[in-house]
Design a binder for this molecule. Structure first.
Ligand code: C5P
Length: 424
């Protein structure tokens, strides 16, 4: 039986490789997992060895590679691998492999391990669009998801031949984030990921807005989008539909998220307004500029626009809309409890008040259901780790989370579950 290891560091990860051309991308995934100090065993199907050979997997994982249940029989690998794993990731999964997983075949080491394991299972299908859309495959995917298997949506784009469509294996970085999210997720009785957000839709904002001053320069902030991304991945593995508003984020789209890129606070405000009444929850993880240029200059602001050699041009700024507050007021206007609203507050403290005191006051002022406060006296931007306190609208602490942004994301979703509106 696997342990309750929740982070990749030290986790025993079984990587299954199906027989598709995208198997070469899985080499990067294995590299990424090993880089996070996971203990990786690669289990390729016999067909996949036509695409990437055992030597590659052995070199990357630092372990011998087995394919058949008849190799190293004395080690009983077909039982042991599955039992010991903290996580099973299958990438790429072909249509044939999905079918075998669905009906519970055990005719090679990978499918046998999938039957034995009680750890979370993440499956990343990759195939031609026609095969992905075939009713057989749709049904296999639906059954696997019902059982708590995380079946990722393939990416849309160029396929192996001249055609394009849904069926690409997501980028290795996105697979790694999905694996992280599944490992840290709450579990059902069988050890699968609990799909407690199935049927729910979340609108998540991520990143930092950019406010143009002229065609060349902008005002921005240090937000990387990682916390919003972690929230999107966590919500997706728990079964939610996710609409992701990305403000200047340079990260691979979480598989299955409906991503829309925005630039400025105004663009973000418009997109939030367009969707907030449709969703069950609005999660405002983006760092939104509080000020923007009063007037954007159509041409580059010149040094000599200022009077005198040492002087600088005066920048006139104006306030942007507080999207979070606006959303709370909009909800009050509709008279309903939809959407649940989560804000974030990064505080450093100052002027006689501690960061926590400022956050508590902010929670009361903004009126969101939850305010996730993080003390940024340290260095959190772009970092993998975070430490937060979750406050309710009275400013009372209702939960704390510390560790990876993925763990923080799940803790926020755990609390959010208690604020969600009735299912429509
Ligand atoms: O007031 P402050 O910027 O600290 O509040 C942070 C929270 O408010 C975050 O959830 C952020 O996304 C949101 N916010 C907003 N619109 C702004 C500024 C911040 O929705 N103009």
């Amino acid at each position: 039986m696997s342990s309750m290891q929740r982070t990749l560091d030290g986790a025993r990860v079984l990587v299954g490789v199906g027989g598709g051309i995208a198997a070469y991308k899985t080499a990067h995934l294995v590299r990424g997992l090993v880089g996070e100090r996971a203990e990786v065993r690669v289990v390729p199907t016999a067909a996949s060895l036509e695409f990437v050979g055992a030597a590659t997997w052995e070199a990357l994982s630092h372990h011998p590679v087995l394919t058949s249940v008849f190799e190293d029989v004395d080690e009983v690998a077909h039982v042991r691998f599955g039992q010991e794993a903290d996580l099973l990731v299958i990438a790429p999964a072909t249509a044939d492999l999905l079918a075998r997983l669905r009906i519970g075949r055990a005719d090679d080491l990978l499918t046998a391990s999938a039957l034995v394991t009680r750890a979370p299972v993440v499956v990343a299908p990759a195939m031609h669009t026609e095969m992905w859309e075939h009713p057989s495959t749709r049904e296999n995917v639906a059954v696997l998801r019902e059982r708590g298997v995380t079946v990722l949506e393939p990416a849309v784009g160029r396929l192996t031949g001249p055609d394009s469509g849904a069926g690409r294996l997501p980028e290795p970085a996105a697979l790694l984030d999905a694996a992280r999210a599944a490992l840290a997720a709450p579990r059902d009785e069988d050890g699968g990921v609990r799909r407690d957000l199935a049927g729910r839709e979340l609108l998540i904002t991520a990143g930092g807005t950019r406010e143009d001053l002229d065609p060349v320069r902008f005002l921005a902030n240090h937000s990387s989008g990682r916390q919003g991304w972690a929230l999107a991945h966590a919500a997706l593995v728990r079964g939610a539909r996710v609409r992701l508003l990305a403000a200047n984020v340079d990260l691979d789209t979480p598989p299955g998220a409906l991503r829309q890129d925005v630039g400025s606070a105004e663009e973000l405000a418009e997109s939030v307004a367009a969707h907030r009444r449709e969703v069950d929850a609005l999660v405002m993880a983006a760092a939104v500029a509080d000020f923007t240029a009063a007037e954007r200059s159509g041409s580059k602001i010149k040094k000599d626009d200022a009077e005198g050699a040492d002087s600088v041009p005066a920048l006139a700024l104006r306030r942007t809309q507080d999207i979070l507050r606006h959303s709370v007021l909009d909800r009050a206007e509709t008279g309903g409890d939809r959407p649940a609203i989560v804000g974030f507050a990064a505080e450093t403290g100052g002027e006689g008040a501690s960061a926590l005191e400022l956050a508590r006051a902010k929670a009361r002022r903004k009126g969101a259901d939850l305010l996730v406060f993080n003390d940024i006296t340290g260095d959190v931007f772009g970092a993998a780790d975070n430490s937060v306190r979750i406050l309710d609208r009275e400013g009372e602490e209702v939960a704390r989370a510390e560790g990876s942004k993925t763990l923080v994301a799940h803790a926020v979703l755990d609390r959010l579950l208690t604020s969600l509106p009735e299912v429509r």
